[in-house]
Design a protein around this ligand. Sequence first.
Ligand code: NAD
Length: 249
Amino acid sequence: CGILAGKVAFVTGAGSGIGRATCRLLARDGAKVIAADRNLQAAQETANQLNGERATAAAVEVDVASLTSVQQAVAAALSIYKQAPSIVVNSAGITRDNYLLKMPERDYDDVYSVNLKGTFLVTQQLAKAMIEQQLQGGSIINLSSIVAKMNNVGQANYAATKAGVISLTEVASKELGKFGIRVNCILPGYIDTPMVAVVPDKIKEQVVQKCPLARLGKPEEIAEVIAFLASEKASYVTGAAIEVTGGLK
Ligand code: NAD
């Protein structure tokens, strides 16, 4: 039972942070979950936790930056539940912060390949699978970031990819709407996950001072909005970029 009963959800970055919390809440709402991550062991832990809670979950390995790897993961997902995922969450993401004048080309390319190209590849391959299976009511949710608007010093690569995710989301919503597929993105603020654990304490204190709710967010507070967008409660929401930041701008 649950509002997402009968649906399959494919979540990237599912081995940690927001991706893992999203798997838990989508499973809570009745979806069967594919936990996909480059770190298969971490994805397997997510799936094991859910199966321990009587949900249905399976782990697959994926490097979202590689078309071949994404195609293999999608094929694996289709064979596990014999049904195309109609919910897709692009949560895989990385940071490689550095000043523009010092940023190695490699760090620019890696962040681009995972955050922006990876979101594109997963969206493209899973939208194709949904259309082939003529699923009604697909929902794709991408993780942008408030950094797309704050444009922090030291994050030229990350900020540019997260701004790109907003544009990609909007184009995809226009192209996929006629197939009944909604595409939205979320701009989280600073959320307490392993990604933010490496941010220096001084910067986190500054963030908390600027934040109207005066704290970091929890991964579940992003996952709840994702669960809403995944569901038919959000049936008229597409092409949206939703800030979930505790008021941080
Ligand atoms: P996290 O570091 O906790 O988890 C990211 C996961 O992505 C990891 O499990 C990692 O193994 C996986 N991953 C990395 N590269 C991958 C690849 N090439 N293929 C497949 N999986 C890969 O991060 P998080 O905090 O949960 O962030 C999730 C998403 O939310 C990211 O896109 C991030 O940019 C975005 N975001 C996070 C915050 C925050 O404050 N934590 C804020 C704004 C946006």
